[in-house]
Design a protein around this ligand. Structure first.
Ligand code: DP6
Length: 400
């Protein structure tokens, strides 16, 4: 048995993912088991990530957690479920005899600090990156190996897809205990190097109806959602996987848009109805379709989660022209030099033909800014001890 150190501290990062086949609806609320499988693209952590430090120590008297510098209630059920799951897995591993790697006693309390480098609850899947990071970091401190889908999923369903880089599916599974409801990689992050992702931030406000409550109401009231889960998604999962494997942008883009639209249709079919899109979202949809029509091919796709922000997929040869089209349609009202963040993109000049084809009255300030990014890897352990968010005393020491 390895000698137990008084304290173990680990810092990890995890990515945001954006679903191209959406998860909406649970068949088991407590275990967070979905009514359909889903598929997502992992975004690069250079632009969007959660960083989490976890420490366990014999000196800690209670589990504690700080999010973006503020202490949160650790008794929150989903947090408790993650902690319980990771300790259960650690215990199981120890009983199975591979416990030598376990750094510290399981009875030790844990302190966790986590920060996002993007607005929380802005429909940018912050809970997915957050819970994936929590699961991954806890696994490091407790020495848990193997798939962490179950731990991340108990925090937020979509979080299990942030445990892997590239293109990831979350298989809904059949078992009542959820043991086969797991995430797995469909293709690695280097599979489709030309793919680019633009996050069009329409609003950084907290959303009105959270996903959890929203999807609950949809399951209770929407016949369209039931039809979608049973009759539409299974074939779409197969189709989407094929488009990704074949790097078929046309197929990928068309299906991504259709699936986003169907998800928002189920929201409207929910009673009382839920609408996550706003006027700017709808203008972006129109812009994409007109841009594609002008080119006579599908060069750009949109997808929207439970909020008005758009995520755009395109290829490297189109990104400069599309960014110019967005800037033309939604001219920044202030700080125009900060309109584009992330990967460097030099907007091209728009042709008069394209401007005419877009046929849109500009909406100044409609899009606040764009984050340009690409497909990225899964969670990472940071080796540099200087990056820890907790000090040697186990309390937060800085907000990144
Ligand atoms: C629209 O994973 O946030 O982003 O499991 O209740 O925490 P809970 O929901 P959450 O739902 C995400 C919904 C979505 C679609 C998706 O990411 O697949």
């Amino acid at each position: 048995m390895a000698s137990e150190k008084p304290q173990v501290m680990v810092t990890c990062t995890a990515p945001v993912n954006i679903a191209v086949i959406k998860y909406w609806g649970k068949r088991d609320e407590a275990l967070i088991l979905p009514i359909n499988s889903s598929l997502s693209v992992t975004l690069h952590q250079d632009q969007l990530k959660t960083t989490t430090t976890a420490a366990i120590s014999k000196d800690f008297t209670e589990d504690r957690i700080w999010l973006n510098g503020r202490e949160e209630d650790v008794r929150q059920p989903r947090l408790q479920a993650c902690l319980r799951e990771i300790r259960r897995l650690a215990q199981k591993q120890r009983t199975a005899g591979d416990g030598d790697a376990l750094p510290l006693s399981l009875s030790y309390k844990v302190h966790v600090a986590s920060v996002n480098n993007f607005p929380t609850a802005a429909g940018l899947a912050s809970s997915a990156a957050g819970y994936a990071c929590l699961a991954y970091t806890l696994a490091q401190v407790y020495g848990v190996e193997g798939d962490l889908s179950e731990v991340a999923r108990r925090g937020s369903g979509s979080a299990c897809r942030s445990l892997y880089g590239g293109f990831v599916e979350w298989q809904m599974g059949k078992q009542a205990d959820g043991t086969d409801s797991i995430a797995q990689q469909v293709a690695p992050e280097w599979h489709w190097p030309q793919l680019r992702v633009l996050v069009l931030v329409v609003s950084a406000e907290k959303k009105l109806t959270g996903s959890t409550v929203g999807m609950q109401t949809s399951v209770e009231t929407s016949a369209l959602l039931k039809f979608r889960a049973e009759a539409v998604v299974p074939a779409r999962m197969t189709e989407m996987t094929r488009y990704i494997k074949e790097r078929d942008f046309h197929g990928f883009a068309q299906l991504t848009m259709k699936d986003s639209n169907q998800f928002h249709a189920t929201c409207l079919d929910t009673f009382p109805p839920i609408s996550y899109l706003n006027d700017t979202s709808r203008r972006i949809i129109q812009l994409v379709h007109r841009f594609n029509a002008h080119h006579g091919q599908t060069k750009v796709a949109y997808t929207f989660d439970a909020g008005p922000n758009a995520v755009i997929f395109t290829l490297d040869d189109t990104v400069a022209e599309f960014v110019a089209a967005v800037r033309h349609s939604f001219p920044p009202t202030a700080n125009g030099d900060k309109f584009l963040k992330g990967l460097q993109v030099i907007p091209s000049l728009l042709s008069d033909e394209l401007k005419a084809a877009l046929a849109m009255e500009p909406t100044p300030g409609g899009v606040q800014y764009i984050i340009a990014t690409q497909v990225g890897p899964g969670p990472q352990v940071l080796d540099d001890p200087h990056v820890h968010l907790l000090g040697p005393d186990g309390l937060p020491q800085r907000v990144a």
